[in-house]
Design a protein around this ligand. Structure first.
Ligand code: GDP
Length: 359
């Protein structure tokens, strides 16, 4: 299973940098030279500055129109870098990491996703994006809504991470982001680490690709972990990983088409009857009724870890709120603009030209 992580913009490159720390192949793309220099783990030759001719390496200041333009102008250079990293070995999935609310990531990610789909038709392109905090105001919400719309027509799945759900109320923002970024990487990495690994029942790359090839709908990763000696009910632990506190996005899990569950832990704790009980219940609960499963008994382990992926999700409160707020604002904004224009026209109509007054 080969995954390549491409971070776009500040949020995206910070997340990609952590993937690089845990040995994933990762690239960083940004319009800000300073932000690229700040990364710690992605080697310098895998950091790509775009849009220099437009913003001179200073970033796009959360303007997605500039972010899009920067990616478009330098796309040949970006694709060349990607192609030299890819080499002759197939890539199963490109994960694009970014923040939905900014400029470089929000504007540039759809442009890059489209180019990757065209250049690598057999690989999946999956977006992993952080949704803006409510207190950031209206612009990030609009950027997010429009980017969701664009990506949903291009990528295979969108794994959206709701910062609102993950940030603790008294936490400093930069600390919260750092913690959230590590959590995102940890979950995705623990899922990918179990793909193609021999187990009692093994999940392979084609299972994961099947689950993520979901027409640009949403996906989310759940998680639950417990000390093997303290587990009263394994089936409850599995179900918990699917339920809201285990997920990074507010979703109606019943609307999911596919699920994937990977369970890893000491052999004596992985009781088959409890696993089947939980998986049967979950299969009945999701709309698509298809759950892929992998069990990995590991005598060295003391904890049971459950990683779940739900995909083909069409109902999410986190997403609906963003889209509805953005739409409402856009309608009001466009109405205000139209009314202002017509007032201005009315006010200025009937004025003569200079020549009429000064013959
Ligand atoms: P860009 O560089 O122009 O793409 O802008 P950013 O990457 O800074 O994106 C800004 C959005 O991403 C904001 O709406 C933030 O909510 C979110 N964001 C910024 N940095 C981080 C981060 O490190 N982690 C997470 N989870 N979200 C972030």
């Amino acid at each position: 299973m080969r995954a390549i992580i491409i971070g776009i913009g500040q949020c995206g490159t910070k997340i990609a940098d952590i993937f690089s720390l845990v040995d994933f192949e990762a690239l960083a793309i940004n319009t800000s030279r300073g932000d690229l220099e700040y990364l710690k783990h992605i080697p310098p030759d895998r950091r790509i500055l775009i849009g220099e001719s437009i913003v001179g390496g200073k970033g796009v200041n959360a303007n997605p129109v500039l972010g899009r333009e920067a990616m478009k102008r330098d796309l040949p250079m970006v694709m060349k870098k990607i192609s030299s990293l890819v080499g002759f070995e197939d890539v199963d999935i490109f994960f694009l990491t970014f923040g939905f609310g900014g400029g470089t990531g929000a504007g540039g990610t759809p442009v890059l996703a489209e180019a990757l789909k065209e250049e690598y038709p057999d690989s999946l392109v999956v977006a992993i994006g952080a949704l803006p905090l409510k207190e950031e105001g209206i612009r990030p919400t609009i950027n997010a809504a429009i980017t969701i719309d664009k990506l949903s027509k291009i990528v295979d799945s969108i794994i959206a991470i709701d910062n609102n759900k993950l940030k603790e109320s008294n936490e400093d923002i930069s600390q919260a982001y750092e913690r959230i970024n590590y959590a995102i990487v940890e979950r995705i990495a623990s899922l990918l680490a179990l793909i193609d690994v021999p187990g009692e029942q093994t999940l392979d790359a084609s299972d994961l690709k099947f689950v993520l090839r979901a027409m640009g709908s949403f996906a989310t990763v759940g998680y639950a972990k417990a000390d093997a000696t303290k587990i009263k009910s394994l089936s409850r632990l599995i179900i918990r990983s699917f339920e809201n506190e285990g997920l990074y996005l507010d979703v109606n899990i019943e609307s999911a088409l596919y699920g994937l569950v990977a369970i890893h832990g000491p052999p004596e704790a992985l009781k088959a009857n409890e696993i089947f009980e939980a998986l049967n219940e979950l299969t009945q609960r999701i709309r698509g009724k298809q759950i892929f499963r992998g069990f990995y008994p590991d005598p060295r382990e003391r904890e049971v870890e459950v990683v779940t992926l739900l995909s083909g999700i069409y109902e999410s409160k986190s997403i609906e709120e963003i889209v509805i707020t953005a739409k409402k604002y856009a309608q009001e904004f466009l109405k205000a603009k139209e009314e202002g224009e017509s007032k201005k026209k009315k006010l200025l109509s009937g004025l003569p030209d200079f020549d009429d007054i000064y013959p």
